[in-house]
Design a protein around this ligand. Structure first.
Ligand SMILES: [Zn+2]
Length: 78
């Protein structure tokens, strides 16, 4: 493997580990689900608890606190 490829690989891994558990999970979503997640995150009529339950049903394996902190921007995601 070339230095160029190795560097790109390391950078990709570093970028994903800088995200919280919710951010990391969101990176695994299809593009349209990523867009829906953003809409749901910004939906002030959807409580964090309902958002948490929704994301759990969609396969997210994290707690309500992680969802709340990610939504508030209180997590390690940039
Ligand atoms: Zn986050």
């Amino acid at each position: 493997m070339s230095l160029h490829d190795l560097y790109a690989e390391v950078k990709a891994v570093t970028a994903i580990t800088k995200l919280c558990i919710v951010g990391q999970w969101s990176e695994s979503l299809e593009e349209n689900d990523k867009a829906t997640l953003k809409v749901a995150m910004d939906d002030s009529e959807l409580s964090s608890k309902d958002l948490f339950l929704l994301l759990r049903r969609a396969g997210g394996e994290f707690g309500l606190t992680a969802v709340r902190e990610h939504r508030r921007g209180d997590c390690v995601c940039l």
